[in-house]
Design a binder for this molecule. Structure first.
Ligand code: 5CA
Ligand code: ZN
Length: 414
């Protein structure tokens, strides 16, 4: 398993906070993000390492960092798993286009990502799993689906083997999962989203246009592994189902990622997991809003990127980057601007200057207010405004405010 990154310290605070409510993509409502026992289990989809961490990625990982901090403050234990999609079409295309070996490209970008995550003081996953480490497990899962009649072969023109697809209709008969059921989308939207996010609704020979690829038979010039389902490489959704089931078990607490993953990725991962385990993948599906820049969604494919590493090289403190992101509700969609960063740096200065004032706010009241805000669907803008008020008026115990900013928001003011 690749190393994740060093764990930042999390100060303990007096008393405890509440288990938060989160917006649930399945129902379109707020629901308690509560485990059955004392262990909250979280899976957040990791990067496809062909370009370094941009502000959109940072926002998504920060959302689920905040969730973990709130869980820890509520007295829960947390088990957190994240994957690395280190073999997939966009990575291989970028490697080919730039003449770099795909493994070297992935290694360099994962190293940069880890350095960015550490600098941003994001809590590291306990399980950080690259797809190339678990190809055998994924192939075995695909074989199981095939044995159960939930996968079928589609012949390929240009290779010896067959591609394997997930049979959505058969899986719907065999489980309680229905395609799209973890989302609010209608069937037409599912088709559009499938085509936009790695699916191939027009591929001939499929039973249903939405059926996703489970295993891609070897093509000339592409990496491939020998396996129980032939020589090839894993499809996308099955990687996360298998890693999550293996590391967290079925029906874990929260499945997280950016809003672009709600369909097809998380929904079809849930379908695969239901077909493999007979249980739901997760209790709650949570999605962070997509960050735009220069009028369009920030994306590696469009190239309109603000990289965390560039900001760090320019000397922007990581706490300033965090505050620029935390000034927005995690699931809002918004555009990154220089002004937003300047405002965050001014706020960081104000917080660093918080003074002791026996006649000012009580730090314990600030803590209570921040906890209430965060328990309400991670309302970080609300939490920030509570600390703004404390910084403006002074508090009886500035150390407690510094500790709560660190523990709950990951902002180091010392
Ligand atoms: N490897 C897959 C997930 S298994 C993947 O989507 N990789 S990624 O590198 O494209 O994205 C990593 C994470 O960042 C995903 O959760 C994705 O939803 C999120 N993300 C990508 N672009 C943005 C953006 N502009 N704003 C917010 N989050 C984003
Ligand atoms: Zn994923």
């Amino acid at each position: 398993m690749p190393d994740s990154w060093p764990r930042p310290s999390v100060p303990s605070l007096p008393g405890s906070g509440s288990v938060p409510s989160l917006f649930d993509t399945t129902t379109g409502r707020l629901r308690p993000a509560a485990p059955e026992g004392d262990l909250a289990r979280l899976y957040v989809c990791g990067i496809t390492p062909y370009d370094a961490t941009h502000i959109g990625h940072a926002n998504t990982y920060l959302a689920f960092d905040t969730l973990q901090r709130v869980w820890l403050d509520a007295g829960l234990d947390v088990r957190y798993a994240q994957n690395i999609t280190d073999v997939d079409d966009p990575l291989l295309e970028r490697a080919n286009a730039t003449g770099v070996d795909w493994r070297a490209l992935a290694d360099s970008q994962v190293a940069l990502f880890r350095a960015d995550m550490a600098a941003l003081r994001l809590l590291p996953p306990h399980d950080y799993v690259a797809v190339t480490e678990v190809v055998d497990e994924i192939a075995e899962a695909v074989g199981t689906l095939k044995d159960r009649g939930l996968a079928y072969a589609v012949p390929t023109a240009d290779s010896a083997g067959d591609d394997l697809y997930f049979d959505i209709a058969a899986a719907e008969r065999a489980t309680t999962w229905l395609v799209g059921s973890t989302t609010q989308f209608d069937h037409g939207q599912l088709l559009t989203l499938s085509a936009e996010h790695g699916g191939d609704p027009d591929r001939a020979g499929k039973h249903d246009p939405l059926d996703p690829l489970l295993w891609r038979a070897e093509r000339a010039g592409e990496p491939a592994w020998d396996s129980v389902v032939g020589r090839g490489r894993p499809g996308w959704h099955i990687e996360c189902s298998v890693i999550a089931l293996d590391r967290l078990g079925a029906d874990f607490t929260v499945q997280g990622g950016g809003a672009d993953l709600a369909f097809p990725h998380h929904d079809l991962s849930a379908g695969h997991a239901a077909a493999l385990s007979g249980r739901p993948l997760a209790g709650l599906y949570s999605h962070a809003g997509l960050i735009a820049y220069q009028g369009e969604k920030m994306s590696k494919s469009l190239g309109n990127l603000v990289l965390v590493s560039q900001l760090r090289e320019q000397g922007v403190p990581a706490a300033g980057i965090r505050l620029a992101l935390l000034a927005h509700r995690y699931r809002d969609e918004w555009e990154w601007t220089e002004q937003g960063l300047d405002d965050a740096l001014a706020r960081l200065d104000a917080w660093r200057g918080i003074r002791e004032n026996p006649a000012g706010l009580r730090a314990l009241d600030v803590l209570t207010a921040v906890r209430e805000r965060l328990a309400d669907d991670l309302d970080t803008p609300g939490a920030l405004s509570e600390i703004d008020r404390a910084a403006a008026s002074g508090v009886d115990d500035p150390d407690l405010v510094r500790s709560l900013a660190d523990a709950l928001l990951g902002i180091d003011l010392r």
